[in-house]
Design a binder for this molecule. Structure first.
Ligand SMILES: Cc1cc2nc3c(=O)[nH]c(=O)nc-3n(C[C@H](O)[C@H](O)[C@H](O)COP(=O)(O)OP(=O)(O)OC[C@H]3O[C@@H](n4cnc5c(N)ncnc54)[C@H](O)[C@@H]3O)c2cc1C
Length: 401
């Protein structure tokens, strides 16, 4: 594993830095800085997505053959690191990160020709309809039914925790097309236009006050069978491929490092009451250094996986290690950040994090998102597969227990 960047990669790093210095406006950066959830507000995220799309860098994980920039693994890592350090918006990545690669692998020519360019240009936004009230970790228990009717399916049921369903144009969805055999059999993967009659989206407000989650109801929703991706009843295979990428092709450590820098900055401004700053407090420092060491160890683990990926192959069960380390460290950093701002963490005013809202935050700017981020990050060890489930994957598939 080569850790030093080659000259070519250093040049690319500079190109990314120059691009960010020119295109990441103060407004976009500030709107991004006040968000606490996994997504920056839709308007800001759309603005930034369009800027990236124009440069050809929105679907930055895609090869040239799919309409992406064809970055190698190191370029992707550099791009993600520079974006995290610069504070770019958290984008709805369900199009380019999740459904795009699935359509490329399992889709028909028509599906590829229609959807891939629209995803790369941010013409459409996507949401993921997998989880149901009775099917989360045990996803194969899903009950939303798609009944065959001529050239169509008629869909009935409900999906829950659907991030971004309230603004998404399309949903990629797992539905039950057969009840025969094992529960993993009889599932199909379909694409649903969110404007189809019979779809209702109800908001679920998070503990942080943010609206990113929803419950989606399907009442006799009719979609053409040509919207199915992959063979009927083989959606589980499609979903498994996707879940690996959802967990594994993501580099967590660039944003963890940026979050730790933010905690350090807060601690260097936060007085302790003894004429000192928090950053010089031994107890605080010990926790900070401990997290730094663990983030560094996660980074090298991640680089090791990336290095393997660059030689071809899927993330496999290693994806669970990255997901586990990334999500748990993320939580701990946000916990330390909230502690660092002390009593400024107390005001709960979600409206002070809405771009354009003129309600002043009653404390220093550095404290504005601390509590909301802490609360929102409780979810990191649940979504995209809970920590308990990831530990089971690691123990069985990697440790062979
Ligand atoms: C912020 C957020 C965003 C999300 N976005 C989406 C989205 O866009 N689309 C989507 O489809 N879903 C989404 N989800 C849903 C997410 O994938 C599920 O919440 C997750 O898979 C857990 O399922 P569950 O909530 O039904 O909990 P359950 O599966 O009921 O789990 C409850 C508890 O039991 C534990 N548990 C369950 N099974 C086992 C086991 N076999 N061994 C050990 N422990 C176990 C779990 O770890 C957890 O602690 C989102 C969730 C959150 C919190």
């Amino acid at each position: 594993m080569q850790l030093e960047l080659s000259q070519e990669h250093k040049d690319f790093q500079q190109e990314v830095r120059d691009f960010l210095a020119t295109h990441l406006t103060d407004e976009i950066r500030q709107n991004s800085a006040i968000q606490a959830s996994v997504r920056t507000d839709v308007d800001t995220a759309t603005k930034w997505s369009k800027i990236l799309a124009k440069k050809g860098w929105l679907a930055y994980t895609w090869p040239k053959s799919m309409g992406g920039p064809g970055f190698d693994i190191t370029q992707r890592y550099i791009f993600e690191s520079e974006c995290a350090l610069a504070g770019t918006p958290q984008l709805n990545n369900m199009g380019f990160r999740m459904v795009g690669p699935i359509i490329e692998k399992y889709g028909t020519k028509e599906q590829k020709d229609y959807h891939l360019p629209r995803i790369a240009q941010h013409e459409d936004t996507w949401c993921q309809g997998y989880s149901e009230p009775g099917a989360g970790s045990d996803l194969a228990s899903l009950q939303t039914k798609a009944v065959s009717d001529g050239d169509d399916y008629v869909i009935n049921g409900t999906k829950i925790w659907t991030t971004g369903a309230h603004y998404a144009d399309h949903c990629f969805c797992l539905v039950r097309t057969s009840s025969a055999g094992k529960k993993q059999q009889g599932i199909s993967f379909v694409l649903i236009d969110m404007k189809t009659p019979g779809i209702t989206v109800d908001p679920i407000i998070m503990i942080s006050g943010d609206h990113e989650l929803n419950q989606v109801f399907f009442d006799d929703v009719r979609i053409p069978k040509s919207n199915r991706v992959g063979p009927e009843n083989e959606g589980w295979t499609v979903a498994k491929y996707h879940l690996e990428f959802e967990r594994g092709a993501i580099a967590y450590t660039p944003s963890l490092k940026a979050a730790l820098e933010n905690v350090k900055e807060i601690a260097s401004k936060e007085p302790t009451g003894t004429g000192e700053y928090l950053i010089n407090d031994n107890g605080f420092n010990k926790r900070l250094r401990d997290l730094e060491i663990r983030v560094m160890s996660a980074e090298y683990t991640e680089r090791r996986f990336m290095s393997a990926l660059s030689r071809g192959g899927n993330p496999g069960a290693n994806a669970s290690i990255s997901k586990l380390m990334g999500s748990e460290l993320n939580q701990e950093i946000s916990e330390l950040r909230m502690e660092a701002v002390g009593y400024h963490a107390l005001p709960f005013l979600p409206e002070t994090r809405i771009p354009g809202n003129n309600t002043a935050f009653p404390g220093p700017e550095r404290a504005r998102t601390a509590t909301a981020k802490y609360l929102n990050n409780r979810a990191t060890t649940i979504y995209a597969g809970s920590s308990e489930v990831q530990r089971t994957v690691v123990s069985k598939q990697i440790l062979g227990l």
